[in-house]
Design a protein around this ligand. Structure first.
Ligand SMILES: [Zn+2]
Length: 579
């Protein structure tokens, strides 16, 4: 017998949850051709995996890789942590279909102000022609697709480093139909047109649909509209991933009734018969002031109880969890000053913002706006304990280092918001310290549930990515380390390696209907990861998230090495997995 590659002497964890066992794996072309004792066999390339495990490539259930795949097709940040397949088009955002408008989805961080300049809240929908000009001038990107199928062709031409399962976003479809006049319910004609867009996307290869109920324009969708549009995908065999309503519109007071958002997603699944993925699960209850560990655990358990009840009622659901407890969200800021982004942007630089904050009338203006709960980024009405959650990290002003804004306010006798502005004024470069290391009890409770999977909820980038304009966004730490963190803390540290690996391989493949991926067996596609579980280290920090993890040595995508002995090969061997 002869193979292109043999991975020998490894402990194979096959993705089904079965105990690991010593086996060799033979690869021919893009597939696994044999699993077992291959000691007599020939191969073009022999890889010695002694002391390491060999698992299926990891499937990331929830991310926004499609948003930057044309900018970073090599997919370094994902491959370096073993991700070989990504479920994209999440939270209601997909790059297609497009008509005359475009929905902003964070990555436009260097140029959205050219499309829709705003001081406080980014206007979510902009003119497609302006977007085309800005994307070309700033990012060198040609936004030259309209249909979902054309978009998928563009991704294939870019030779992505990993496999992509594309979902179509309800928000994006709503933008194509309603454009900038989206702050209202849709008419029946508009809903009919949205359904046609979704059906076409499904026919062109979408794996299903997502929604994003915290984001304009999707947040304005009624349950009736959601059901009609999502049912159009379900009838064609599509999967439904829901970014449930958590904050609602991220303006003003928002929606504090978190758990209602999960109920809404379940309600839509019941009415449409959808296979539901509850995206990036977090507790459905707010506890204020900052909860004790027991109260936080209680909120998590009560949230799971709601899902269990839906399961009993026959809803076909699963959910995903972001593995890092470092600041959530797709993008990340490291400076304390970013808590006051509108005024930082207006100042144009950190230094100027620090100087501006010596003006008492500007401080009063900021205070009036923030204390009335109008600013989503720092809302004392929704989050009365906010000052205890902002801890000063690196700073030239040594008296503040390691202290929370609440501590500083207490010791100086200042109002917490004044204390925050004092810190920024004294050292505009002061960073925000985030808790590091250790597990998070809420995540442990979620991951223990048998239907939990992993979504890292970030973009594809490389180690140079970051916005050049205030508030100087960086990729979220999960971008480089989410899976590494899951392997270390929740696979090894909680579920056991075999079950933990199943949650990022066999189980998601089953939920997605990917019949030829997710497990190691003869005939399956050769998406594989070789690594030393005990050596896995997630190196991303809040202050420098752009650090690749350690411990992974080989990654195969469709039979080709994407990582060789710890080095990324940039082989670009991923595929669009059209349904
Ligand atoms: Zn989301």
């Amino acid at each position: 017998m002869s193979f292109d590659v043999i991975i020998r002497n490894g402990e194979v964890i096959d993705g089904t949850g079965s105990p690991k066992s010593a086996k060799d794996i033979g690869i021919k072309g893009d597939a696994i051709a044999a699993v077992g004792d291959l000691s007599g066999a020939q191969a073009g390339r022999m890889i010695d995996a002694s002391g390491q495990v060999v698992t299926p490539g990891f499937i990331d259930m929830h991310d926004h890789f499609d948003q930057t795949v044309l900018l970073y097709p090599k997919a370094q940040s994902a491959l370096a942590q073993g991700i070989t397949t990504a479920v994209t088009g999440q939270c209601g955002f997909s790059p297609a279909p497009l008509d005359k408008h475009y929905t902003a989805c964070f990555w436009e961080w260097n140029w959205w102000d050219r499309v829709q300049p705003r001081k406080y809240y980014q206007e979510a929908v902009g003119d497609l022609d302006k977007v085309k000009t800005a994307a070309r001038e700033v990012d060198g990107l040609d936004v030259n697709w309209a249909t979902f199928g054309e978009w998928l062709n563009r991704v294939e031409e870019a030779k992505p480093g990993l496999n992509i399962v594309p979902l179509v976003g309800h928000g994006t479809v709503r933008t194509a139909v309603i454009g900038s006049d989206y702050r209202r319910t849709a008419t029946s004609d508009e809903i009919a047109l949205m359904k046609r867009y979704v059906e076409q996307a499904m026919d062109e290869g979408a794996g299903g649909i997502s929604n994003g109920m915290d984001y304009a324009p999707n947040a304005y969708s009624s349950v009736e509209e959601s059901c009609e549009v999502i049912a159009a995908a379900v009838r064609k065999g599509g999967f439904f991933s829901s970014h449930w309503r958590r904050t609602g519109l991220r303006e003003g007071f928002g929606n504090a009734g978190l758990i209602q958002g999960i109920k809404e997603a379940i309600d839509i699944a019941k009415k449409t018969g959808a296979r539901l993925e509850v995206a990036h699960l977090s507790p459905g209850y707010l506890v204020s002031p900052n909860p004790t560990p027991k109260l936080a655990a209680c909120a998590a358990e009560e949230t799971l109880a709601l899902l269990d009840e839906a399961l009993k009622d026959g809803v076909d659901l699963s959910f995903d969890v972001i593995p890092s407890h470092l600041s959530g969200g797709v993008i990340h800021t490291r400076h304390i000053a970013a808590a006051l982004t509108p005024w930082l942007k207006e100042a144009g630089s950190l230094e100027q913002f620090g100087r501006n904050l010596t003006a008492p009338d500007l401080r009063q203006e900021i205070s009036d706006y923030v204390m009335s709960g109008k600013w989503y980024g720092l809302n004392p009405i929704l989050q009365p304990g906010w000052a205890g959650t902002i801890v000063v990290g690196d700073t030239g002003a040594a008296e503040f280092a390691g202290k929370s804004i609440a501590d500083i306010a207490r010791s100086t006798g200042r109002h917490p918001l004044d204390a925050l502005m004092d810190v920024i004024s004294k050292d505009p470069h002061a960073t925000r310290a985030e808790p590091s290391g250790g597990t998070d009890e809420v995540k442990r409770i979620f991951f223990k549930h048998p239907l939990a999977m992993v979504g890292i909820d970030t973009f594809l980038v490389d180690h140079t990515a970051g916005s050049k304009v205030p508030p100087y966004y960086l990729p979220n730490p999960n971008t480089f380390s989410g899976m590494a963190r899951f392997v270390k803390l929740y696979a090894l540290g909680l579920l056991g390696l075999e079950e933990g690996i199943r949650r990022v391989t066999g189980f998601p493949a089953e939920r997605l209907g990917l019949k030829d991926r997710g497990v190691i067996a003869e005939g399956k596609k050769a998406d594989l990861v070789v690594f030393r579980p005990e050596a896995v280290v997630d190196k991303s920090t809040s202050e420098e998230p752009r650090q690749y993890p350690e411990g992974f040595s080989w990654v195969f995508v469709n039979g080709q090495a994407a990582m060789e002995d710890g080095r990324l090969t940039l082989s670009g061997n991923g595929r669009v997995l059209r349904r």
